[in-house]
Design a protein around this ligand. Sequence first.
Ligand code: SF4
Ligand code: SF4
Length: 307
Amino acid sequence: MDARSEKVFSLKSAAEALGFIAIGFSRPARPVHFDHFVAWLGEGKNADMAWLGKNIALREDPSRFLDGCRAIVSLAYPYPSKRPKTADGFFVSRYAAPSVEDYHTRLKRLCGNLVEVIDGGKKGSYQHRICVDSAPALERSLAYSSGLGFIGKNNMLIRPGYGSYFYLAEIFTTAPLDFSHGTLLENQCGSCSLCMDACPTGALEKPFVLDSSKCLSYLTIEHRGEIPEAWANKLGRCFFGCDRCQEVCPFNGRDVSTENALPMTEELLNMSEGEFKKRFGKTALGRPGIEKLKQNIRAARASGQPL
Ligand code: SF4
Ligand code: SF4
């Protein structure tokens, strides 16, 4: 095995030891799903997430992230296995993981360990850029191109044998890694439409097309202002994100175990900003801030819908 292949082998072993569930490699190229993304933007399906329409040149050409980029390492890291809930039975999306540090920070640190492997003990040998949901990259498309999974009708990256409950991260690097491309996994949804049938707002309008303005995940995290009543009524007991189109997916199995990771909703509603920052500011829940969460909790408590 030559040094470049050996490095890829070491990276795979290190990634596994750090808890990643999958690692794949691709060359920087126009993402396969780029045209679909641009068409989606053109129809205004990004709601008021204007930032998705910026830096299009970067999304189209990932080599622009880093001068001399030779390879993209795509990585998948598992969500916590249990669904986080409040002491009185309200939920947040699995990825929020309010018991642990924000995944952006955790994964960047873990990717930093992998960068050390690429550098082979000589810091600065190569240039790298780590991306964890933090740069204008079509992450799922890059992961697909590295063989990590296929894009389901719910737009999630699905890894057969594992499902879709994982975070994605990328390392863009100038290192001359010698790898064979993973096998591209074509869509395996078949005639299934469970995700679209389960979506309470009809946000999954058709396979692979999400209208963000109706999506509870968008409405409870990114949307500023009150959630329109028609959609607020569909929140059920989940007040941050929404996992329904993943929970019904046969690739995800049926694990419904929960974890008491949050206090009573009443306590959250009475929490000061300072206290919230102290307890949850370093978790993914910190992103929308306490006022948005309070608004969501009120809407979820009023919705009276079953889970
Ligand atoms: S996250 Fe929820 S609201 Fe959004 S598409 Fe999936 S099921 Fe529908
Ligand atoms: S629920 Fe069915 S259609 Fe939707 S992503 Fe999963 S397999 Fe595909």
